[in-house]
Design a protein around this ligand. Structure first.
Ligand SMILES: [Zn+2]
Length: 337
């Protein structure tokens, strides 16, 4: 068996790319469980980094691509975020096999993969290349959700979810610290000609899809409240849903689209507020313990926001307002509860 190069692999998976869209990925040498979150930032993958010697080709790095392609924003920057989604190109099943990290037995796999990559010892990922890139993100998500329901992915693995998910390339090394020595990825099967429609996958696994996610209850709005730099930032990103802040007593808040909404298991997009001054509350399960610190990290890693610069321009006095706002919010929520 000859391992395809990552270039050959990318050409096969992304055989049809929407005009102007980019493939996206990240490659890094650090152990994923020890590296800072910055390694996940990634970027559009340039053809040359798949052809010349680079972190994507040297075989020594953790190498990932995203299952979808993305359009550049108005400034020409490509980010791994739903707002820039172009199309989904592949569906993967994870953790198949008998290895120590495997969770799903081989007999559950009802459809032969376009490729099978051993991403850790005896633990494989089976991939289905889509014959036609899927531009309906919600439909793609509902198929993935249904596979999770069927037990083909661990429900606790948020990485399986969504159009922004990273998966490993065939050439690379998994050097999570639990693997000693580091595990060189192995392409176990490779059948370029096997492409599938979403319907093929739905039929093979007998999937019942959830109904389409309802349209947003609010329209996105621009807020002209520029004395709060993070509110301006959320507004610029199209994440603000209410034009005017409403009062929560001691503080003011606006409804926002949760920056983590892709993790919401119900995919409902209301129930999240930004508190003027730098507070955050989202009522969805995965977000319940998240604070504004997590939001800032998300804005940086996923939306490319230079949060360090914003924080630098924010005066110390502002910090006090933030703390006060957050405390008041917690009090308000406790009263409500
Ligand atoms: Zn949330």
């Amino acid at each position: 068996m000859i391992n395809p190069t990552n270039k050959e692999f990318a050409d096969a998976v992304f055989h049809t790319l929407p005009t102007g869209a980019h493939i996206y990925g990240t490659a890094f040498k650090e152990a994923p469980d020890q590296a800072g979150n910055g390694v996940w930032f990634g970027g559009a993958i340039k053809d040359r980094s798949l052809v010349r010697r680079s972190n994507f080709t040297n075989g020594e790095c953790n190498t990932f691509y995203v299952v979808s392609s993305f359009y550049p924003d108005a400034e020409g920057r490509v980010y791994r975020r739903k707002a820039q989604f172009a199309a989904a190109h592949v569906i993967t099943l994870d953790d198949i096999g008998d290895g120590m990290s495997a969770k799903i037995p081989w007999d559950k796999v009802a459809l032969p993969g376009s490729f099978v990559i051993e991403t850790s010892p005896d633990n494989c990922q089976v991939g289905y290349i889509l014959d036609k890139p899927e531009t309906d993100a919600d439909l793609f998500n509902r198929v993935v959700d249904a596979l999770i329901e069927q037990g083909l992915a661990s429900p606790t693995d948020p990485g399986m979810k969504g159009v922004t998910r990273y998966v490993r390339f065939p050439v690379g090394t998994n050097n999570k610290t639990k693997y000693d020595p580091p595990h060189q990825h192995v392409c176990r099967e490779w059948n370029l000609e096997r492409r599938y429609s979403l319907q093929n996958i739905i039929d093979a696994y007998g999937l019942t899809l959830a109904p389409p996610t309802p349209e947003r209850m609010f329209d996105r709005v621009a807020v002209h409240h520029t004395d709060d730099p993070y509110l301006k930032c959320l507004s610029d990103l199209g994440l603000v849903l209410s034009a005017k802040p409403r009062s929560g007593g001691q503080f003011e808040m606006v409804d926002i689209l949760c920056p983590f909404h892709e993790d919401h298991t119900d995919r409902i997009e209301v129930g999240t507020v930004y508190v003027i001054g730098g507070g955050f509350k989202c009522m969805h399960g995965h977000c319940i313990d998240r604070t504004f610190r997590d939001v800032k990290e998300r804005l940086h890693l996923k939306y490319g926001v230079d949060t360090a610069a914003i924080d630098a321009e924010t005066a110390a006095a502002h910090e006090q307002v933030m703390t006060k706002g957050t405390l008041a919010l917690v009090e308000y929520l406790n009263r409500k509860g």
